[in-house]
Design a protein around this ligand. Structure first.
Ligand SMILES: [Zn+2]
Length: 495
């Protein structure tokens, strides 16, 4: 945890911005002051000039042996960045997905202070908030919502990505999150199928979080903690900022111990249980080396902090903006698998967190590049043999499917792969070979340069397959439609 002692002036500014109405979001000077401490100094200017949704949350976390519960209010400043008039906006309540296994309720929803009645779909995960007057393109408006989210102790669902197990709280997305408006897809994104893979699809936003939590919890969150003030009632008040992030993630445990260091101006923190102390430094060093390799290979990580956190996830690891979690079963061994997972999850900071994509529709776009990050890491840190070992592993893991009916394009939505094993074989093992093949076609230096161009063009944005195709065609100055079609499959924008 980073305990900066920045005067209360910064927090007051954020609060005043709200009292004063629609300021700051268009990039006035206060946005730099309010969110600058979460950026590396040379990337503070990234806060300007584009519009981002702004979330301000006041929330209390309470926990006992039975459950952990968040209750709070959320104020969101939204601008209609599309060319369409908006009759409504859609929030996603991820905790209500079966694969999250939590419960979230929302009430007291208001637009510009006037109460409105939202509509919740049958899955409990798509909340449509009507706007009393349609929002014209370019118009900015304000919503407030009250929410309560419960994680029942001991409940396990899919990857335990959202869980409260043995006193360890894993709580990404515990608040309502704006969905993505897709003009070319006919409106707000409403996908609710989540059989495997990642569920979240969202826009880069700015977060200010006023959190009160039990004092015995050690918390790891996206962004940076500006202030941590113990109360007299066994709680601690946190002021947290997380600008330019697609979601806000929070992990907590009384058993977390932290090891920290700084690399390239980024504070890296490793949080592990006390029992796994011997491997905490290994986790920290792997994250540091990954950050170093990817800063050079892909482009610079712009944030002031990155956390690597042990949780009971049933996946090897899961990526969140500014924070990755690694499964406790891997921390306790710190074997080769642990190494791969840390590298892969840190690579997701570039592919998913900074350059976004619809993780349910185009999972290959972030997963294949995160895996390609492992190739780069081993090439840089171990050498040609280490690198070839990773490529061979992908090839051998995928090869039983080669030439069978299960050998499918790498560009299908998660749900179309039928089962999780085929999904993993194709998206995690065949898909990175697409980038290895491109290396052979144009050379490694040219491919990395093209990836840096793609990263520079789409960081903080959402990219679709056609964007990657266009970006690579420009970088390589050649047509790539046939190559993309044969590997990725068909997608809008392919000639
Ligand atoms: Zn991944």
């Amino acid at each position: 945890m980073r305990r900066l002692t920045i005067g209360v002036g910064v927090i007051a500014l954020v609060t005043l911005a709200w009292i004063g109405g629609p300021v700051a979001a268009q990039g006035g000077p206060d946005i730099f002051e309010a969110f600058g401490p979460a950026m590396r100094p040379e990337f503070v200017s990234d806060l300007d000039p584009l519009y981002r949704p702004m979330y301000e949350m006041t929330v209390t976390l309470a926990a006992d042996d039975e459950a952990a519960r968040f209750s709070g209010t959320l104020a969101v400043q939204v601008s209609n960045t599309s060319q369409d008039a908006w009759e409504s906006v859609v929030f996603r309540l991820y905790p209500n997905l079966e694969s999250y296994g939590g419960q979230m309720t929302v009430d007291r929803v208001a637009v510009e202070g006037a109460p409105v009645t939202p509509e919740l779909d049958s899955t409990g995960t798509v909340l449509e908030v009507p706007l009393p007057e349609a929002a014209a393109p370019g118009e900015t408006f304000h919503l407030t919502l009250a929410f309560e989210t419960t994680l029942t102790a001991g409940v396990e669902a899919l990857y335990n990505q959202f869980s409260y197990l043995n006193g360890v709280l894993a709580a990404p997305d515990f608040y309502p999150i704006l969905s993505v408006y897709e003009a070319d897809e006919g409106g707000w994104w409403r996908e609710t199928v989540h059989s495997s893979g990642d569920a979240l699809y969202s826009e880069t936003s700015h977060y200010t979080v006023h959190l009160t939590a039990p004092e015995d919890f050690i918390l790891a969150t996206s962004g940076v903690t500006l202030a941590r003030t113990p109360g007299e009632d066994g709680t601690v008040a946190y002021e947290i900022i997380a600008p330019l992030m697609r979601e806000f993630a929070l992990m907590g445990s009384a058993d977390y111990h932290v090891e920290s260091t700084t690399v390239d101006g980024v504070t890296v923190n490793a949080y592990s249980y006390e029992a796994d102390r011997p491997h905490r430094l290994a986790g920290l060093n792997l994250a540091v080396d990954s950050l170093t390799v990817f800063n050079e290979a892909f482009g610079q990580y712009p944030f002031a902090e990155l956390d690597v956190v042990e949780t009971p996830t049933a996946a090897g690891g899961i990526e969140y903006p500014g924070l990755v979690v690694i499964a406790e079963r891997l921390w306790s061994q710190a074997n080769q698998r642990f190494m791969w997972v840390v590298i892969h999850e840190v690579a997701h900071q570039w592919w998913f967190s900074l350059v976004g994509n619809d993780q349910t529709r185009d999972p290959w776009m972030d997963e294949a590049l995160a895996q390609y990050g492992v190739v780069q890491f081993f090439g840089k840190m171990v050498g040609p043999n280490g690198r070839q070992g990773v490529v061979n592993y992908f090839d051998q893991t995928f090869s039983p499917l080669r030439g069978t009916v299960m050998d499918q394009p790498i560009g299908l939505p998660v749900a179309q792969y039928g089962n999780a094993d085929v999904y993993v074989a194709i998206v995690y093992n065949k898909a990175p070979l697409f980038f290895v093949m491109l290396e052979q076609l144009v050379g490694q230096d040219a491919l990395l340069e093209a990836l840096r161009d793609y990263f520079a063009a789409y960081r903080y944005e959402v990219a679709e397959p056609a964007d990657l195709l266009d970006s690579f065609e420009r970088s390589f100055d050649r047509e790539l439609d046939d190559i993309f079609r044969s590997w990725v499959g068909d997608f809008p924008g392919l000639d």
